[in-house]
Each structure stands twice: as C-alpha cells, then as structure tokens.
Design a binder for this molecule. Structure first.
Ligand SMILES: [Zn+2]
Length: 594
C-alpha cells in the first residue's frame, strides 16, 4: 500500500469516529416500521461523504430502512426482526460497473478461441490451429480478445493463419471490439476484394497493392459480421447467467450494460438480447444482479415507445436506461479520432464512425423524449465534437437535469475537462485501461501529447464533473478494485512510478466513483435504483478500514436468495446480495465466526 492511500484511509477512519455519534441523516424513521433484518455492531461505509460510517443498518423487503447508530435504529426492532451482529466487520455498498457488455463478456468466456493474454504470434497461431482441428470443414471458427500490444504491436494478418485454416472461415475480434481479423477464406466469402471501397466510419486494412490483409476496422466489420454465426438463444442465456455470477464474485451488484452493439454490427442485437434473454431471466427468477440497459441510438424511438408503455423500471433487477452511440473507434485500433495525426501512422487522424448531422438529430430527438444519451468518444477531437453536440442539444431543448454521458472520455484537448463540469456531462471512464494504454498512448500519440491529455481523472473531478467508473468488460476484467487501484496509483505493470501523477485520485474519490457516483448516471428512477436504498452490500472479514483496504482480491459474493435459514429461522426474501470474503462462500451463520 502506498502512503497517500494509507493516509487518506486513515483520515476517513478518524473522520468516521468523529461523525459516528452524530449520524442522523440516515435515521429518519417511520415509527410503525419493523425491520426484517437489523445489522448491528458493523463498520458500515455509507459512501455518503457527509456521513461516511455508521454502525447499524435496518433492512425491510430488500430495501434499507435506515443506516445509523444502533441507539436510533433499535426502534425498528420487532418480534419478527432477525439480528445480525457483525462484530465490528466492515460493510461497503455493492459496486456499480457503469459501462460493460454483459452478454458479450459471458459469451467471450464460452467462446471457442479465447485470445485474451496471448503474448506471442506463435501462441496466437497455435490456439487457432487447435480450434480449427476440432471443427469439421466449412464450420466457422470464432474467437476474440487478442491484443497486439502484448507482442510488441505488430498487427496479425490473414496470412498468419491461412495455411492452418484452408477450409474453415475464421473471425477473431480484437480485445476492444473495434477491429477483427478474418482469414482469406472468410474475406473471400464476404466478397471483399481490392475493389471494395471503405465504408463510412470503417477501414479495410490493405497491402500496398490494395488487396485486403484480413483486418477490418469498425464499420468495415459489417462486410463479415452477417456471415459469422450468431450465438443461439440458449447460449446467450447461459452467457447472462455466467456473466452475472462472475460479476457477483467480484463484488459488482449493479451494471450498466451497453449491449452487444458495436460499429459494423446490427442494432437489432441488444433488442434481441432484451427480448430473448433479459425478459426471460427477469420472469424466470434468473436475475441476480441489477442491470440497466442501453440501446443503440438509432433505435431511440423504439425505446421511447417501450418506456411509454412500461416505464423505465421493468423490475427491481431490470431497468431501461437510455441510448448509446459511437463517434469514434479505439486507440488500440488507431481509430480514435484526434486533432493531430497518429505518431505511428502520420496519415491517420482516426475515424469518425457516424454522420455528425445524423448524430445531432437523433441525440436531440432522444433528449427531447426524455431519454438519456451516452456517446462513445476516445480521441480528443471526438470528445470535443460530442461536447459540442451536447451543448447545442441542451440549448435547443432547454435547461434540465439530463446527465448526458460521454463513454471513455479517454484523451482530452486542453480545456475540455472543464467543459464536462460546466455542461454537467458525465465522464464514464475506465481507469483500468490506462494500465495497458500508458505505453501504447506514448507510441501512438507521442510522449508529450499523451501526458497532457490522457485519463484526466483529477482534472475532471476538479472541474466538478461526475466521474463514474466502469470496466468495459470483457475489454478489461470486471473487478472494480482494479479500477480503484488504477485511479489511485496510475502505476502500469512493471513501472515504478505513476503515469501522469498529477491526475492520481485520492482513495475516497476513487471509491466514490466506483460506488456512489456510479449510480448517479443511472438517471431515471434514481430513488428506486440506488445502492443507498436497495440492500446490496459487501461484508468483509476486516475490522479496520486500513486492513480492509489491504484485502484487494478474493472476495466472494453470495446472493440472499441462496440463503435459506439464519440461526435456524427462515429468512424473508431479501432481494439483495451480500458479499462474503476469504475466497469461500460463507453462509450468513458462518459469517459470525469468519
Ligand atoms: Zn464499451
């Protein structure tokens, strides 16, 4: 643990002791209420900066009735109330992942060729060879997760794998989803030749003679994706179950699912997933984390119609969020849009993957209909374009609390961080990506440009922007502690010192972005859909805040639904989750002795 981390946690600890006797905000109680569960003698981190810690918490019907001192909360105790003495253990709210692709993450875990972490060309080729051998002739081989930065940057080409896959079409997505590699058979089946023109917002990467190399960037993937076999309904359902379970093992109880839509794919995918998978899970009791769904911006009117009929809250597990679009691609695929050209590709400024007029029109219409809009922007120019779009939409549609979001906000031009705060735009960021990007950003942008404008979390907070953390899983692992650690330390693997130290966050700010601030961007129905009101929390086996912060991995979640009895008595349905630690699943009764 580094010093600033220790210091800030120590300050929080002292502050909490000072504040504990005065807690009253959380204790506005209706006298007639009786709690189902009274958690006592705990060290509860409320994530509310004005009352950071409390010692007791009362729960009824899966909702928090009050958090505060036992002397106040004991009024809620009745003959039917279960009491849980946590003997001083630390409790924190469940983490929220503000941006991920839940089914895509689950499917990637089930995928035929998993290329995450592959570090050499040889290993890459061997994995595909093994997958091809297990297939009959003509059957597609599909995989993903590769990152060319891990083997020095050279991009894979179809000729790496053509010899080993003469009879099987192959499609392998890059880890960021913005680029993919097809073998020559797949390129031929898709009808891509040297004559094929690049589509708007997409690039067919070519050899000097114009022939395709097999690499397709952003919108150019549309040539091939319709031929790649779609996972079945059963596979997608299994993906949701796997992904949800995985999220819980990492302490994540609520996620914002940006869906399976990426430039070049069909805008129907998230709608099919909603109908075939989420509605099924919701009615069959298979939702175990809370999911806020975003749909492609171009389908905004469909979402508007649905929200008119059902409202945003489908159930306590499922929530219709807003609409999402892309303005550019990714840094790793050289398709993020910058003012200056790429240092490693001086002819390229990146890609604008949508028509700007269409984007402005659809954003204005969605906003006018009350839908929240989130737009992906990585490069500095892309971020400014979106800030301009949001500015014009706000002045056209009038003042209101709209919490427009920019997804990633990764590289910003001088002064742009301030605009987030001024315009009230949510910066939905992924600190964990900086660990990989520290090296590639300097290569692609040059050291100076990279250091002035990359991952400006401190500047964004200082300008009063709302900062929300997400993992973009499966691009990075879902573990929220990775984000917190990356935002506080900014030390990439094998580095000794932080990358752009002036942009490090304090631990409190980072925790806030991972817990409290992350529910703010989940806009509508906030009262019903927030960690402070729904009973989703983490119980650790630590007694001291400092010790808790040393425990960084290995926590395990158990859902209340799976707990039948406590002290021999039937538990009422809680509808929430509780995390238990030490790499073991504990029953609640065990928790008392863990
Ligand atoms: Zn994403």
């Amino acid at each position: 643990m580094n010093k600033p981390l220790l210091l800030s946690s120590f300050l929080v600890f002292i502050l909490s002791i000072l504040l504990l006797p005065h807690l009253s905000k959380w204790s506005k109680l209706k006298v007639a209420e009786v709690a189902d569960l009274l958690v006592t003698n705990a060290f509860i981190y409320t994530s509310d900066p004005s009352f950071p810690f409390a010692n007791s918490m009362a729960i009824k019907n899966g909702r928090i009735l009050g958090v505060g001192n036992y002397s106040v909360l004991q009024e809620l105790e009745g003959s039917t109330t279960h009491k849980l003495n946590l003997e001083g253990k630390i409790v924190v709210p469940g983490f929220i992942d503000s941006h991920l692709h839940l089914l895509y993450g689950g499917l990637q875990q089930m995928m035929q060729v998993e290329l995450h972490g592959v570090r050499t060309k040889q290993e890459f080729v061997m994995k595909i060879e093994a997958a091809v051998k297990s297939k009959r002739e003509g059957i597609w081989v599909v995989g993903g997760g590769w990152n060319n930065d891990l083997w020095g940057g050279e991009l894979p080409m179809a000729n790496w794998i053509d010899d080993i896959s003469p009879q099987n079409p192959v499609w392998l997505s890059r880890m960021d989803g913005h680029m993919g590699l097809a073998n020559s058979l797949a390129i031929k089946m898709a009808g891509i030749t040297k004559e094929t023109k690049d589509p708007l917002g997409g690039t067919i990467v070519r050899w000097a003679d114009g022939e395709p190399t097999g690499l397709l960037i952003d919108a150019a993937k549309k040539f091939i994706l319709p031929s790649v076999p779609e996972p079945t309904i059963d596979e997608r359902r299994e993906a949701l179950l796997r992904a949800s379970n995985y999220a819980l093992t990492k302490g994540v109880t609520t996620v914002v699912d940006m869906g399976r839509y990426v430039p070049g794919s069909s805008a129907e995918l998230p709608w099919e997933d909603f109908t075939d998978v989420y509605k099924w899970a919701n009615t069959s009791g298979n939702m175990i984390i809370r999911v806020c769904l975003f749909f492609p911006l171009e389908t905004w009117s469909r979402l508007y119609d649905l929200v008119q009929k059902t409202g945003h809250v489908v159930s306590q597990w499922l929530y219709l969020g807003g609409v999402k679009a892309f303005l550019d691609g990714s840094l790793g695929s050289n398709s993020a849009l910058f003012y200056e050209p790429y240092a490693d590709d001086p002819d390229s400024y990146g890609l604008q993957v949508v028509d700007l007029d269409d984007l402005i029109n659809m954003t204005a219409l969605s906003d006018k209909s009350g839908l929240q809009v989130a737009i992906h922007a990585i490069g500095d120019m892309a971020n400014d374009l979106i800030l301009d779009v949001y500015d014009s939409v706000a002045s056209e549609n009038g003042e209101r609390d709209r919490r427009l979001r920019i997804e990633h906000a990764q590289h910003l031009a001088p002064g742009s961080a301030t605009r987030f705060g001024k315009q009230g735009v949510v910066a939905s960021v992924q600190p964990v990506h900086l660990l990989d990007d520290a090296i590639s950003a300097e290569k692609k942008l040059g050291k100076e440009r990279a250091e002035h404008g990359s991952y400006l979390f401190h500047s964004l907070l200082a300008s009063h922007s709302l900062l929300a953390f997400g993992s973009d899983w499966p691009v990075a692992d879902i573990d929220p502690l990775n984000n917190i650690r990356a935002a506080v330390t900014r030390i990439p693997p094998a580095w000794e010192t932080p990358w752009i130290p002036s942009e490090c966050l304090t631990l409190n700010n980072a925790l806030d972005a991972g817990i409290r601030a992350s529910y703010m961007p989940i806009f509508h129905g906030l009262q019903e859909f927030s960690v402070t009101f729904l009973f989703d929390c983490v119980v650790t086996c630590q007694y001291l805040w400092q010790d808790h912060l040393r425990i960084e991995r290995g926590n395990l979640w158990m859902n209340w639904k799976g707990i039948e009895r406590v002290n021999g008595r039937q538990l009422p349905p809680m509808g929430g989750s509780m995390i238990l630690c030490h790499r073991r699943i504990y029953k609640v009764v065990d928790l008392l002795t863990c």
